[in-house]
Ligand binder design. Structure first.
Ligand SMILES: C[C@H](O)[C@H](O)[C@@H](O)C(=O)CO
Ligand SMILES: [Mn+2]
Length: 411
């Protein structure tokens, strides 16, 4: 008997069908963030500085310097990840022979990405980039009291929605467009209301035009480097805004107090919002954007999605950037972990756990939850990788090392 057949029997005895878990997993796309591939650099300016509270540490050789290099690295990662996924692109990854400022971006500047996504059977998500720009140096974009600066960023976000709508149209899909702005203050503000009023007014203007192939999302944050005392786009702000407009709220796992978990928020948010976007990340003491590991919070996030059967309402994006390790490996580790966590949730005996809970039998609930933790999820995962024709176990690392030797080390 194969290890998979034996695992299937073990799960079946608990009332869990491994085959239906695998077919559900196949239909859950992960939106893979392009920015892990080049340390959030983009292709506007090779010497551009990141800033706006975003920081990437590490100097691992071989980062992508051009769109073609980034696409080649993504193709390598995709070949090691089971399933069909999406690409999450920032506006700074545009392609143009001449300088295009952010307020002038057009779909044509992203045609190369759209065509690549089509060729790879990959969906596409988008983000205006309200950072790493002289007009963001003061740390204020959509909340700026300077009308000219504020209008510039409003126009960038409007243009981004036009780009996203066209991406969705060409790919026969809906593009999720996520707005995150760094705006805040290092020290205690004298006025918390006015910046938030300006943010609300800016968003109202940005979202006024209807789109057909685009879903809007807004992302909150507790604090950033340089905005330790106040961030205009707080959780309460965006939760209220998303509810009022019935748009997507983006929950980034690194954007809350370190003991505050987004897994706990998913069910509450979905009672009041149509859909959610997640930025699955891993903060270590702060919003440090480490590669996601197979830890308790990742398991809890995945479990909330599949146990509640809300995978069609929760868009799963990744958001980490580690420049201290091989970047293709970073993607591969993060996406494989996220899928493995979803599979773990899909293999949970949810019906039995919920029945025990309803009967007030918390002993059975706890006992089953603990026993299932050491069930052979690895054998089911390996079977999934085998069926999807991607490397089983850690053998993918040899592929990445070979790619590093042949391609990355020559950059
Ligand atoms: C580059 C990303 O969009 C950015 O990380 C944002 O999503 C964020 O999480 C900022 O802290
Ligand atoms: Mn994020």
């Amino acid at each position: 008997m194969s290890t998979y057949d034996s695992a299937r029997e073990q799960y079946a005895a608990l009332g869990v069908d491994t085959e239906s878990a695998l077919s559900r997993l196949k239909n859950i796309p992960i939106s893979i963030h392009c920015w892990q591939g080049d340390d959030v650099g983009g292709f506007e300016d090779p010497d551009g500085q990141l800033g706006s509270g975003l920081a990437v540490t590490g100097n691992y050789p071989g980062k992508a310097r051009t769109p073609d290099e980034l696409r080649s690295d993504l193709e390598k990662a995709l070949s090691l990840i089971p399933g069909n996924h999406r690409l999450n692109l920032h506006a700074i990854y545009l392609e143009s022979d001449s300088k295009v400022d952010r307020n002038a971006i057009e779909p044509k500047h992203f045609q190369g990405w759209i065509d690549w996504c089509k060729s790879q059977n990959v969906g596409l998500d988008f983000n205006p980039s309200c950072f790493a720009h002289p007009l963001a140096d003061a740390g204020l974009t959509l909340t700026s009291p300077d009308d000219g600066i504020r209008q510039f960023w409003i126009d960038h976000c409007k243009a981004s929605r036009v780009v996203a709508d066209e991406m969705g149209r060409q790919l026969g899909d809906k593009t999720v467009t996520n707005i995150w702005v760094p705006d805040g203050y290092k020290d205690v503000p004298a006025d918390r209301m006015a910046p938030r009023q300006r943010l609300k007014d800016s968003l109202d203007e940005i979202l006024a035009a209807p789109t057909e192939h685009n879903l809007d999302a807004v992302e909150s944050k507790l604090f950033g480097i340089g905005s330790e005392a106040f961030v205009a786009g707080s959780h309460e702000f965006y939760m209220g805004y998303a509810m009022q407009k019935q748009i997507l709220l983006c929950l980034d796992a690194g954007h809350f107090h370190p003991t505050e978990m987004i897994s706990e928020k998913i069910s509450s948010c979905l009672l009041f919002l149509p859909e959610l976007l997640l930025h699955v990340s891993r903060g270590v003491r702060w919003d440090s954007d480490h590669v996601v590991t197979f830890n308790d919070e990742l398991l809890a996030i995945a479990r909330e999605i599949v146990a509640n059967k809300v995978e069609d309402r929760v868009h799963i994006g990744l958001d980490f950037f580690d420049a201290s390790i091989n970047r293709v490996a970073a993607w591969t580790i993060g996406v494989r972990n996220t899928l493995r966590a979803l599979l773990t949730g899909l293999l949970e005996p949810t019906d039995k756990l919920r029945a025990a809970e309803l009967e007030g039998d918390y002993t059975t609930r706890l006992a089953l939850m603990e026993e299932v933790k050491t069930f052979p999820i690895g054998a089911v995962w390996d079977e999934y990788c085998r069926r999807q024709d991607v490397p089983v176990g850690p053998s993918w690392l040899t592929d990445v090392q070979e790619y590093e030797h042949q391609v990355l080390s020559k950059r």
